[in-house]
Design a protein around this ligand. Structure first.
Ligand SMILES: Cc1ncc(COP(=O)(O)O)c(C=O)c1O
Length: 450
């Protein structure tokens, strides 16, 4: 392997990274990860840490999941690619759709449309929502509603429903007809409401108000994450998502659950929607569907939506949308093996237990260090700490300090993610109690160091 400094120099010269300033690579070269096993990653200097990020919310089963590796390898030898556009399919893809059907049956989702990632899944769901209404003669239903702080990817469609200016401003104008309502984010919200239940009611009312303002008959779908992830891990009160379901039903609006992060056990339940007792009309998935080993995703579709398409006799339900890699056989093979392992290891139960341990540990750190303004979690293995320089004023901590915390935590044995003034944790769902202690201990050392 090439020398670390040489690689960093080449990285700065020839590589642009997502969500990074290209000119920053020289001053702050990224860590070069060269190996991973179990729940640990190893960098080019041989430093090994517990991965508190789980790749990017996707490596739920850790880095050494042999059944998935074997399934990918065997599939590459047997049928490395064939198209799933009209006219052909492949055996493992059908097997995958069957497995997903069984997995998502309790969510009322019965059909799959395959994609190559989360943003693709969101784009697909938004398009299918518009087409669904057109098929029912409601051509006027074209708008989308979503939550501020929500994250749905960076395709133009996805970015348009994103609720964070960082992913929007440089690329505007985005898709017209997308509107955002306040997130049930107790730490900061326009109502200055800190009670989760009261805030949920206020946020639901804001949705009602926006629908009344736009006109219900102009709205195609509401898209939301059951627990907001990239926006800083924002779990709503348990009444919120059922409340959104109810509003959507009363106004003929489709509910799309964006479960690119939350599906497959992360919340401590098999899906985030199930966690809140909600059946969405469509669900977007990706990431942990293959444990991050292959770029793959699926939009899961409920009968109510599917039947409108399948009963069409005019030809208008033909789906003019899809990707070269929609239904990739290697992705499908990875997903089939991944799903079997996900269930066999019962990772949702471990996510619930280890999630509680992590959340309690973070609360203890908040009691020790004043710069922790808020700790969020309590729903599986997705937690965040929001850092502030002044607790009373809730002033977000400066970039340099949070970067220093991340670096010191890494030196002390754990990789955590920084997003704005949030430290985010989404480790593999198979980590042990001892691994959680390592993350907490490393953070403690990180805080002490800064
Ligand atoms: C909820 C949610 N939706 C969509 C996406 C976009 O997925 P991708 O990056 O695979 O396009 C993400 C990515 O983190 C996500 O968290």
């Amino acid at each position: 392997m090439k020398d670390s400094n040489f690689l960093k120099e080449m990285n700065a010269r020839h590589l642009w990274h997502p969500m990074a300033h290209p000119a920053d690579m020289q001053a702050h070269p990224p860590t070069i990860i060269t190996e991973a096993h179990g729940v640990r990653i190893v960098d080019i200097d041989g430093h090994e840490v517990v991965d508190g990020v789980g790749g990017l919310w996707n490596v739920n089963l850790g880095f050494s999941c042999e059944p998935i590796i074997a399934a990918i390898s065997a599939q590459l030898h047997r049928l490395p690619y064939y198209s799933a556009f009209r006219g052909t399919t492949n055996d493992v893809l059908i097997e995958c759709a069957e497995a997903l059907h069984a997995f998502f049956a309790p969510d009322g989702l019965t059909r799959s449309f395959f994609t190559s990632g989360g943003g693709d899944s969101v784009e697909t769901a938004l398009r299918l929502a518009r087409q669904y209404h057109k098929l029912r003669g409601q051509e006027g239903r074209t708008k989308f509603l979503s939550l501020k702080k929500g994250y749905h990817g960076t395709h133009f469609g996805a970015a348009s429903v994103n609720g964070n200016a960082n992913f929007r401003t440089a690329y505007e104008p985005l898709l017209p007809g997308c509107f955002h309502t306040p997130a049930p984010y107790t730490y900061r919200n326009p109502f200055n409401e800190t009670g989760p239940e009261k805030l949920a009611q206020l946020c639901l009312q804001a949705i009602e108000d926006e629908i009344a303002f736009q006109g219900a008959k102009t709205i195609a779908a509401f898209i939301m994450e059951p627990v907001l992830g990239a926006g800083g891990v924002i779990p709503p009160h348990h009444s919120f998502m059922p409340g959104v379901r109810d509003i959507c039903d009363r106004h003929g609006i489709l509910l799309i659950a964006d479960e690119v992060i939350t599906a497959f056990g992360r919340t401590g339940d098999w899906t985030g929607s199930r966690h809140w007792g909600v059946k969405p009309d469509m669900m977007t998935t990706a990431k942990a569907i293959t444990n991050g080993y292959f770029p793959f995703g699926a939009v899961m579709i409920a009968d109510k939506v599917a039947e409108v398409f399948e009963n069409d006799t005019t030809g208008a339900a033909s789906i003019g949308h899809g990707y070269t890699y929609s239904g990739h056989p290697v992705g499908a093979a990875a997903a089939v093996a991944c799903l079997a392992e996900t269930e066999r290891l019962d990772v949702a139960t471990n996510a619930g237990e280890r999630g509680r341990q992590l959340y309690q540990g973070l609360q203890a750190l908040a009691a020790k260090y004043d710069i922790v303004g808020d700790v969020r979690g309590g729903h599986g293995l997705m937690c965040a700490m929001e850092l502030v320089s002044d607790r009373a004023a809730k002033t977000p901590i400066d970039k340099a300090s949070i970067a220093a915390l991340q670096e010191e935590t890494y030196k002390a044995g754990a990789m955590v993610r920084v997003s704005g003034n949030n430290v985010i944790m989404s480790p593999p769902l198979v980590l042990t109690a001892a691994d959680v202690d390592i993350i907490l201990g490393a953070l403690d050392k990180g805080f002490a160091a800064i």
